[in-house]
Design a protein. Structure first.
Length: 226
């Protein structure tokens, strides 16, 4: 379906577009629209709620439609899970470094009005909650999915989606604390590195959640799993 005007967005979910149109996730990030935790939302309604001009959004998405190459074959579940697990590894590797960096910046620049006070504690909380969430997937949910491609896991998936909503709220707090991941003029290299790292964490986590909410989980829910 070609997206030529804002009216063409109504009736389509943001998750559907993110899952089927290559490059759409970058467009949604640009317009600060949550495609990962609110994938079931009508994209036109969400645009209006976010104060996004639907004509501008439709134009950006239509440009992707016209330039896209054929969508590759949807990855098999094993391949998709393996890809998601690489995000798990990345979070575990990068979060401890970000926490250390945030504590350094908060301490050294304690008197600065734009210092990201509370960011280290937030990242520490995210690390703990993500670890519990990822372990549930690695030890229970993902192995069960690999064994039963036609099974349904509505209850555990509902819990995972609830966790994802919490992660989304934490990402928004992180964005606020870092001034939209933008260090102030004259910021030291550590502060610049912190904002860059936090932005990457948010981008990785959004993509990670999108792959689960909008692509993997629907394979095991409702009629799609019958």
């Amino acid at each position: 379906m070609t997206i030529q005007s804002g009216s063409d967005l109504d009736g389509r979910t943001i998750g559907e577009i993110a899952a089927t149109l290559p490059g759409a996730t970058a467009v949604f990030r640009k317009f600060k629209m949550d495609f990962c935790c609110h994938g079931d939302a009508d994209v036109g309604d969400m645009a209006r709620q976010c104060g996004v001009d639907t004509s501008d959004l439709a134009e950006a998405l239509d440009a992707l439609e016209k330039s896209k190459t054929p969508v590759p074959t949807t990855p098999e579940t094993d391949e998709l899970i393996d890809h998601i697990l690489r995000y798990h590894e990345t979070h575990r590797r990068e979060l401890p470094q970000l926490i250390t960096l945030a504590r350094k910046v908060e301490t050294v620049h304690a008197g600065h009005p734009q210092a990201p006070h509370g960011l280290a504690d937030l990242l520490h909380q995210m690390r703990g909650e993500l670890e519990v969430h990822m372990k549930k997937e690695e030890l229970i949910l993902f192995p069960a999915m690999r064994r039963g491609p036609r099974a349904r896991f509505d209850a555990p998936i509902a819990q995972m989606r609830h966790d994802h909503d919490d992660h989304g709220e934490q990402m928004r707090r992180m964005e606020t604390l870092t001034g939209d991941f933008t260090p102030p003029a004259g910021a030291c290299r550590s502060w610049q590195a912190l904002c860059t790292g936090a932005a990457k964490l948010a981008e990785d986590l959004m993509e990670h959640i999108h792959l689960e909410n909008n692509i993997l989980f629907p394979r095991y829910q409702g009629a799609l799993a019958s």
